[in-house]
Design a protein around this ligand. Structure first.
Ligand SMILES: Cc1ncc(COP(=O)(O)O)c(C=O)c1O
Length: 418
């Protein structure tokens, strides 16, 4: 088990008081808190060697380049990528998944297909819906039923009907609403047997559970460092190198080309650099990338297996506590077995407005959590939860005592409002 009290010492925000009382941070699925090691890495960059990477020959730039590249290597090792060149810095999971979608040839005579699931976050749905409405792709949304068990049979039959080599399965590894995990390796096999590409939305798994892109047969993967103890506005796209070579960048500009010159015809010729450079146009978030390296060091020092195990413990406490205290007054969505879910829960308050409850949680006991659709509008509507849900989400720095306070506060609020 983790040494949570010493972990908590590393997170300055946990020691903030509001109205003289401690805070309970239960919104890590949206944004994780940052340990001082990450904050220090950012301050170091801004205080001691602020520069751009890869461009200028001076000492500040050399140091930035060294640490920027080192962070990329750390990310690659963290997910067991074959090489650091398979990791592209982006802003967030949303950008990673949008970029990954470019792997399909949208101009081919036969429209490509994208397969996703109904509980997908908007970042793994809205772009596909848009492309479909523009007539560029066929979109297949596999329904995520109320029990949240991934429908492998349905998935297989959908995949088998796609034309080989012309489809992308873009799937949510761990849902930010159902908390359910999908069997990635098994699904990867099905996709590859049918010559498709598997893209994983790892926003909610990368920070919480070990990922091995090679063993799990993942072709493309998007994750956000800001959910994984890292700085805000930094994400990664992992891609198998041959796929990154084929992938069309979203934007182009400085440092994406080796040369730009006039041809005899008068046209201008550009020579794109190899991945990952061709995707990283313009000056980058160097501080963010370097801080991300510090976040990876921190996660490794605690151990991803340990974090995953601790979160099963937290999920168990949350599920059993809610069941014992509130029973049928609420509905906790997602798998019943804590081993098969993340330490977060979308809670249906059965007619009570979740926004009102979230505000009261903050006012009464400094409990910070999220309410609404959590960017999974479509799924909430498909299961008739049109008011949305209340979502606590826990991480390595949370304690069982905090979960108990959350449950007691929820009980009090529900009895006040009914
Ligand atoms: C499952 C899932 N996918 C994608 C995203 C999008 O992440 P970002 O906003 O960092 O792009 C989130 C964010 O909450 C998420 O939970």
């Amino acid at each position: 088990m983790l040494d949570v009290s010493s972990i908590r010492e590393d997170f300055p925000a946990l020691h903030e008081l509001k109205d003289g009382k401690p805070i309970i941070y239960a919104d890590s699925a949206c944004m994780s808190l940052k340990p001082k090691q990450v904050i220090n890495a950012l301050v170091d960059y801004y205080s001691h060697y602020t520069a751009c990477a890869g461009r200028s020959p001076h000492a500040f730039s050399r140091e930035t380049t060294r640490l920027y590249n080192e962070s990329r290597k750390k990310i690659a090792a963290f997910i067991n990528a074959k090489d650091a060149s398979e990791v592209v810095w982006v802003r967030n999971t949303t950008e990673a998944l949008n970029l990954g979608g470019n792997i399909l040839n949208l101009n081919s005579k036969e429209k490509p297909t994208i397969i996703t699931t109904s509980e997908s976050h908007n970042s793994n749905l809205v772009k596909w819906v848009r492309l479909e409405s523009l007539g560029r792709i066929n979109l297949i949304i596999i329904p995520t039923h109320i029990d949240c068990v991934f429908d492998i049979e349905k998935f297989t039959s959908v995949v088998e009907k796609c034309s080989p080599g012309n489809f992308l399965a873009s799937l949510n590894h761990i849902s930010n609403v159902t908390a359910a995990k999908i069997p990635v390796k098994e699904l990867g096999k099905i996709v590859h047997e049918n010559e498709g590409i598997l893209q994983l939305d790892a926003a909610q798994s990368f920070p919480h559970t070990p990922i091995d892109v090679q063993k799990m047969e993942i072709d493309l993967l998007g994750a956000s460092m800001h959910k994984a103890l890292g700085p805000t506005g930094v994400g990664i796209l992992y891609g198998k190198y041959d796929l990154l070579e084929q992938l069309e960048p979203l934007i182009l500009g400085g440092e994406t080309v080796s040369d730009v010159k006039a041809l005899n015809s008068g046209k201008v010729n550009i020579e794109l650099l190899n991945p990952p450079s061709k995707f990283e146009a313009g000056l980058q978030d160097y501080a963010g990338a370097i801080g991300s390296g510090a976040a990876i060091d921190y996660l490794n020092s605690v151990g991803m297996e340990n974090i995953a195990e601790y979160e099963v413990h937290l999920a168990n406490k949350m599920l059993t506590g809610l069941e014992e205290t509130l029973g049928k007054k609420i509905q906790v969505l997602g798998p019943k077995d804590p081993k098969h879910r993340a330490a977060l829960a979308a809670i249906d308050l059965k007619g009570i407005n979740p926004h009102e409850v979230a505000i009261l949680m903050d006012e009464m006991n400094n409990i910070f959590l999220r309410s609404g659709y959590h960017c999974a509008h479509y799924w909430h509507h498909t299961i008739n939860l049109n008011e949305g849900t209340l979502r606590p989400s826990w991480y390595l720095y949370n304690t069982v005592e905090e979960i108990e306070i959350f449950i007691a506060t929820l009980e009090e609020i529900i009895s006040m409002l009914t």
